[in-house]
Ligand binder design. Structure first.
Ligand SMILES: Cc1ncc(COP(=O)(O)O)c(C=O)c1O
Ligand SMILES: [Zn+2]
Length: 439
């Protein structure tokens, strides 16, 4: 893979150190890109790979003093944290989908069912296209416009496809979305409706991703949000962590369980907690991060258990299609985070994830997509294994909406028989179900 650049940006390492703290620029308080492997620094540009070691780049900041009051005065969407993102200060004024500020739901009935003292669900269904992906796309879109790109593009396991197509429509620019051809119908329709270019590709997500990387090298004015503008895109997931801390009353949970596909969401929620603690916005109380995968695509969980630093790619086979990334870009960094914080990564079967979707729906009225089922099922499994503490305050992420993955649960529902519209028919139905209950 080679580093690609938009016109007018440099891909060569800087010889001088990063600049001193500065006034907000077109990327806010972001100061430079830095290699996660060797620390080499680069100008802010459309670069995502280190020219020295091919490591991934990430956004670094020179942050000013940020107060709780200044954040609380912001809008009820991710732009209340604009000063902690690589976006212009006036980002909220440009047409965008205004994601974020989703509910943090106190899940007392679920906690009781699991024997836990204190449990919260961060419910990402309320985002404009019903998953956390609207957050990362909004940040990628803002950066892509600043970088001079003309088209918003992505390879996707489904939710990102919805978010890119919607955000591009709202911004009045073209979208090009590449998906594996076997995605859920709801996710295909939920992308096509926005009118951009949608391309189904024969193969797995990893095949689609490879094609996107090749296209990104060729199409100079296409911003593939999770490829050539990935450093900016990934920062959007920090807003989940910021919101959790703020919604808990400016403090951090003791444990958090996060779904893992590429691993970016998990790594960035941890980064958010570290930034808030470093800025003095929350007490640095320590937290444990747990990663959740489906057994049919569990390369990070496998590496965790084996004590490896390197993640061996797998060929995915699971109904949790949104998490079906066999070669996760952030896999090694997920391992770093969970090991540093004393967490773990574990996997659950498709049957366990379906049971968990039903449990969350029945106890809290939240219909999660398969990724949310994976996350709750991993919580259950790690509680049973004694790796999660039932007494510690815990947050789980429900990253998407069950209405997009209906087939996962459809066959587990009892058949629905229609009755005639009479009291007698209703009474007959009630007594039949009482009989069935006794049987
Ligand atoms: C609903 C949902 N949850 C979680 C994830 C995982 O995100 P990441 O790739 O940042 O690990 C995805 C990725 O597509 C997703 O669609
Ligand atoms: Zn490097």
């Amino acid at each position: 893979m080679t580093a690609s650049a938009a016109p007018g940006t440099s891909t060569t390492p800087e010889s001088t150190p990063p600049p001193a703290p500065h006034a907000p620029s077109r990327f806010g308080y972001a100061s430079h890109l830095s290699c996660r492997e060797c620390g080499q620094t680069y100008d802010l540009g459309a670069t995502h790979v280190c020219a020295e070691c091919f490591g991934p780049l990430e956004v670094a900041y020179d942050l000013p003093t940020i107060t709780r009051a200044s954040i609380e005065a912001g809008p009820h969407n991710i732009w209340r944290y604009a000063s902690l993102l690589p976006v212009p200060a006036d980002v909220a004024g440009s047409p965008n989908t205004e994601p974020g500020w989703t509910r943090l739901v106190r899940a007392d009935q679920l906690a009781r069912a699991l024997g836990m003292r204190s449990l919260w669900v961060k419910d990402e269904r309320a985002n404009p296209t019903h998953s956390f992906k609207d957050r990362v796309v909004a940040v990628a879109l803002a950066a892509a416009i600043e970088l001079g790109f003309k088209v918003l593009a992505c390879p996707s396991t489904g939710n990102l496809a919805n978010a890119v197509a919607a955000a591009a429509a709202r911004a009045g620019i073209r979208s090009v979305v590449l998906i594996p051809s076997d995605l859920e119908p709801q996710k295909i329709l939920g992308t096509a409706i926005y009118g951009g270019t949608l391309v189904a590709v024969e193969g797995s997500y990893d095949d689609v991703n490879k094609l996107a990387s090749e296209l990104a090298d060729e199409r100079e004015d296409w911003a593939f949000v999770n490829v050539n503008v990935r450093p900016y895109y990934a920062e959007g997931s920090k807003t989940i962590g910021f919101e959790i801390a703020e919604q808990l009353g400016w403090r951090l949970p003791e444990q958090i369980v996060i779904p893992v596909a590429s691993g970016a969401q998990l790594v960035k929620i941890d980064k958010a907690f570290r930034e808030f603690a470093a800025l003095g916005l929350v007490p640095d109380t320590g937290w444990k991060v747990f990663g959740a995968q489906a057994a049919g695509c569990a390369p990070v969980a496998t590496a965790f258990r084996a004590g490896h630093d390197v993640v061996q790619p797998v060929r995915p086979s699971t109904i949790a299609k949104s998490l079906a990334i066999g070669n996760p870009a952030d896999g090694p960094y997920v391992l770093d985070v969970v090991r540093r914080t004393g967490g773990a990564v574990a996997e659950v079967t498709d049957e366990e994830l379906v049971d968990a979707i039903r449990l969350l729906a029945e106890t809290e009225g939240i219909f999660a997509e398969t990724a949310g089922g994976v996350t709750l099922a991993v919580l259950r499994k790690l509680l049973a294994a004694g790796q999660l503490d039932p007494e510690a305050e815990t947050v789980i992420i429900n990253s998407g909406d069950g209405l997009k993955t209906l087939d996962a649960v459809a066959s587990t529902m009892p058949p629905l028989t229609a009755i005639r519209p009479t009291l007698a028919a209703f009474a007959a139905l009630e007594s039949a179900s009482r009989e069935a209950g006794r049987a």
